[in-house]
Write a protein that binds this ligand. Structure first.
Ligand code: ZN
Length: 194
């Protein structure tokens, strides 16, 4: 009787030890899998310049807006020039990347150049800023990280997106379309629908 219970105690002890060993092995394997999941992130091609180089390349007003998130005066000379421009594309003053075109240009009457969409979506990125104490969606050049303006949604404009990319004209360079290959439609004035 005594030896039988001793035997079963040994069996029980062995079973417990085996159980502990198995669970340790499973845990170690999980840790290894977790580490394997951490993959290197893809990097986009960036144009990086230091502050001195930016100051050399840009006018003081372009520098203030593009690099310091400034805003140009509404209804200024830049705006009236913008309104007169015909067909063409708008590139970043910092890095010459195409951002907008006359196809998406519309007259929001807000005092700053307005577009309902970028012409090259991958070149434009957004971020949230709290410079005025409430959240606004900042618009930036995805290549040089330059500040372009803000985007507002759902204002009731009769455009395909009902978005207003409110952009500082100072940081856009206009490149007129070649008259021969222009298939673009002329700009139409649009007023809020509501
Ligand atoms: Zn840029």
């Amino acid at each position: 009787m005594k030896s039988r219970s001793k035997k079963s105690f040994i069996y029980l002890f062995l079973a417990v030890v085996l159980g502990i060993l198995v669970s340790y092995t499973i845990a170690a394997d999980k840790d290894q899998k977790k580490q394997e999941e951490i993959l290197p992130k893809k990097q986009t091609k960036k144009r990086i310049m230091d502050d001195t180089e930016w100051k050399e390349k840009l006018t003081p007003e372009q520098y203030r807006i593009l690099r310091k998130a400034g805003t140009e005066r509404p209804f200024g000379e830049v705006y009236s020039t913008f309104k007169k421009q015909g067909l063409g594309k708008y590139v970043c003053a910092g890095c010459d990347t195409e951002l907008f075109s006359s196809n998406e240009k519309f007259d929001s009457k807000c005092g700053w150049p307005s577009f309902y969409d970028p012409s090259k979506a991958k070149n434009v990125k957004t971020a949230v800023d709290y410079h005025l104490g409430y959240p606004r969606t900042e618009v930036l050049c995805a290549v040089c990280d330059g500040h372009l303006g803000h985007v507002f949604t759902g204002e009731g404009f009769d455009t395909p997106t009902d978005k207003r990319y409110c952009i500082n004209g100072t940081v856009l360079k206009f490149i007129p379309a070649e008259s021969a290959d222009s298939e673009e439609k002329p700009e139409k004035p649009v007023s809020p629908g509501k």
